[in-house]
Design a protein around this ligand. Sequence first.
Ligand SMILES: [Zn+2]
Length: 216
Amino acid sequence: MVLCRTRTGITDLARPGPSFGRRHVEPTPVSDREFVMSVPADSVQTPPVRPCPNCGRDWGQGLACQFCRQVAGLPQGVPLATPALRFGEYLLEGVLIVVTLVIGWLIWSLFAFANGQTPAKQVLGMRCVKLRTEQTATWGTMFLREAIAKPVIGLLAWVTFGIVYFWLLWDRNTQQLWDKMVDTIVVKDPQDAMRPAEQKSDAEDWASTAGSPAGE
Ligand SMILES: [Zn+2]
């Protein structure tokens, strides 16, 4: 439709010059110009380049939706965790360490790692996901992240007056430096959509037989 009208507009411009008077010709090219000008403006606005499957708004350019933070390639309803939630998690982790007298937290961690979680992440419905594979972080990745990468960055933080602990604030994927070391992102997964299948069945068996969640 659009192309036909502009083409006829162009051909009209070419024809009337020699045969018709200019008074009749002038109105048509003006209207054609307005029409042509309006077409690219609409084409820029209407295709919201990539509509988000979660919220329907324009996705933007990043790994996650710029509005709802839904992560590309992950189940619907699994967004990147916000910096505020991440900092809240750090506080809760500290509380849990104290409440469980450290040893309880350590043992809990060894179980939580299998689900790509730490104790505080488990409580808050958060999870670590491997960026490249889009899969829940394995036990080994979690161990490297918590036991190796974090202490290394901790040393760096000691030198930089703790500034590196705020790295996620300016990181486009909300990654901390220890996330970058082991290639993880942290997501919200309140529905347990990314819980490893085997672990889920184990936990259900545990819950049915013992009658209480393994988390405590
Ligand atoms: Zn969205």
